[in-house]
Design a protein around this ligand. Sequence first.
Ligand SMILES: Cc1cc2nc3c(=O)[nH]c(=O)nc-3n(C[C@H](O)[C@H](O)[C@H](O)COP(=O)(O)O)c2cc1C
Length: 187
Amino acid sequence: MVKVAVIFHSVGGTTRQLAAAVAAGASEVAGVNVIQAEIVGTDVKLGRFCNSSLLAQLDGADAIIFGSPTYMGCVSAQFKAFADASSERWSQQLWANKIAAGFTIGSNVSGDQLSTLQYLQVFAGQHGMLWSGLDIPENNGVDSFNRLGAQLGLIAHSVGGTVDEADVRTAHYLGQRVAKVSKIFVS
Ligand SMILES: Cc1cc2nc3c(=O)[nH]c(=O)nc-3n(C[C@H](O)[C@H](O)[C@H](O)COP(=O)(O)O)c2cc1C
């Protein structure tokens, strides 16, 4: 079985909704097991992410899909605390060769979400992971997939705390894609 992990932080629930769709998409691919894990604020103590069992869960995954709301043009502080805590894995390159992907959401259509995805890609690169973006070349219209047109990963836009249906569909597709890509690379 190929193991795909979805790890995310969410305050208002919109990133959590996307994470659920990503996980559902991945779990529809035959031969794939999905782990869904949430970064919560109470796991950050004196600025440090302290949930070692959550990090250990990710060690066994073949792919890790990272999700964070866009806060001030990047990941949230809670997600960054998690990323910093992963540095012990980085020093031994324990996550090297895992597939990586990312998703984010902001309340503006163009609220610098791409910067968040680029950070997630750099983060994955630091770990020696292999980044998978979206293979959707056109936005296919507002009611279809990838309406905001990013290919590095999923960019979503929340309006009043509600996630657009097309973004949820794209999240589902991203999960499927990462699961399929992982199956190609994991023998
Ligand atoms: C501190 C803070 C900073 C934010 N910065 C941005 C931003 O840079 N760009 C943007 O489009 N939205 C920004 N937002 C809006 C959130 O990204 C948006 O509401 C998102 O849907 C929240 O995700 P969640 O429901 O998973 O918590 C910000 C919200 C907060 C609270």
